[in-house]
Design a protein around this ligand. Structure first.
Ligand code: SAH
Ligand code: SF4
Ligand code: F3S
Length: 373
């Protein structure tokens, strides 16, 4: 019996697919690269932009033929896209050959859904879930081991679907995180631990026993062993001097910071609900550069947010110039149903978004070229 997992989306999903692999191998399946050979195929979907969601659904749709040839094949769809009820119901209706549709909160139950699906199609969504500390992973990212330190997000940036499909922020207990890292280090094959969360800088705020993210980093670094620590993602509004200091002074912490700015314009930042200004962002960057020489700074940007004018977009360009990032991701704004921005007046035409994203990427390319000289 063979399995294949198809993963879309961010590192969080990549890591959760390692959990899916663990569950499937526990049920006696072995991996295969060849889709035709699979007895179960799991799609771990993403909903961050329309394109990501469409790609996942297109992949699922393409399995109709295979299922006809191989009626015992189990097809499961999980993740952020299916956590949205509308998408889950759409999949169930449109793709009668899909056996299991679940969301983000009940992934750990996948094993029992597979048993149930042999009798009857499963569609089950939970509205929230507790942190599952029983889980184990079949790690597959080479020398890098992902470690989730928190789940969910409380920020409700007006464009973003994540708080709706991942729920409110929940930090894992430090004891459990440290135990997991100790185990990883003891295995001896991992050189890098990457801590994951939508907003790692607000780690610990929901815990009874208070611990800041910087303190957590410090505790992890005290685990003996030859490894480096990276983390993502940081929200500029929650960056502290304590964290910058920890990056600067802790040899085990990588000198890297992914700090999504999203825009360089104050009005746009405000209606995105990012809760920092351009000036505040640049202040953080200055501090980082000063305290951590050779720090590698990266960022995400959204172009064509509703009502964004050409001048406002130019502020993004000038911010990118001013900072000189080692790399950026630039996205065209994609309206997500149910978010505040999706129903804002003044949606920007696709053509304009295309022009802006190309301009931004061209500028970054030029900056990186200059930096190499
Ligand atoms: N939690 C992280 C971001 C997770 S999503 C943070 O706050 O930094 C990764 C990136 O996708 C975001 O930084 C943003 O640039 C982009 N993104 C999110 N929603 C989007 C949307 N509706 N349209 C286009 N890009 C979006
Ligand atoms: Fe989305 Fe904002 Fe939360 Fe990041 S901080 S996941 S962009 S709502
Ligand atoms: Fe990640 Fe996409 Fe979900 S970016 S958290 S997989 S919506």
């Amino acid at each position: 019996m063979r399995y294949q997992i198809v993963t879309f989306g961010c590192q969080m999903n990549v890591h959760e697919s390692e959990k899916i692999a663990f569950i499937l191998e526990g049920k006696g399946f072995l991996p295969t690269e060849n889709r035709e050979e699979a007895d179960i195929i799991v799609f771990n979907t993403c909903a961050i932009r329309e394109g990501a969601e469409d790609r996942a659904l297109g992949n699922v749709g393409a399995l109709k033929r295979l299922k006809k040839l191989k009626p015992h094949l189990i097809i499961a769809v999980c993740g952020c896209a299916t956590q949205k009820e509308s998408t889950a119901i759409y999949i169930k209706k449109t793709f009668p050959f899909v056996d299991i549709v679940i969301g983000t909160f009940n992934l750990h139950e996948l094993g029992s859904y597979i048993d149930r699906a042999r009798e009857k199609r499963v569609l089950e969504l939970w509205q929230e879930g507790e942190i599952d500390e029983e889980k184990s992973y079949l790690r597959s990212s080479g020398e890098n081991a992902w470690v989730n330190i928190m789940y969910g997000c409380n920020n409700f940036c007006t464009y973003c679907i994540v708080p709706y499909v991942r729920g409110r922020e929940k930090s894992r207990k430090p004891k459990n995180i440290l135990e997991e890292v100790r185990k990883i280090v003891a295995e001896g094959k991992y050189k890098k631990i990457t801590l994951l969360g939508q907003n790692v800088n607000s780690y610990g705020k929901d815990l009874e026993e208070k611990l800041t993210f910087a303190q957590l980093l410090h505790k992890i670094s005290e685990i003996p062993g030859d490894f480096k620590i990276g983390f993502m993602t940081s929200h500029p509004k929650d960056i502290t001097d304590e964290l910058i200091h920890e990056i600067a002074t802790n040899d085990k912490v990588l000198k890297e910071l992914h700090l999504p700015a999203q825009s360089g314009n104050d009005r746009i930042l405000k209606i995105m609900n990012r809760r920092y200004t351009r000036e505040k962002y640049l202040e953080i960057i200055e501090k980082c550069k000063k305290e951590v020489p050779n720090i590698s700074l990266t960022s995400d940007f959204i172009v064509g947010f509703p009502t964004e004018t050409e001048e406002e977009f130019n502020d993004t360009l000038s911010l990118v110039k001013e900072v000189g990032f080692s790399g950026i991701f630039a996205f065209m704004y994609s309206p997500r149903e149910g978010t505040v921005a999706a129903s804002m007046e003044g949606q920007v035409p696709e053509k304009v978004k295309h022009e802006r994203v190309n301009k931004l990427l061209a500028l970054q390319k030029q900056i990186q070229k200059e930096a190499k000289k």
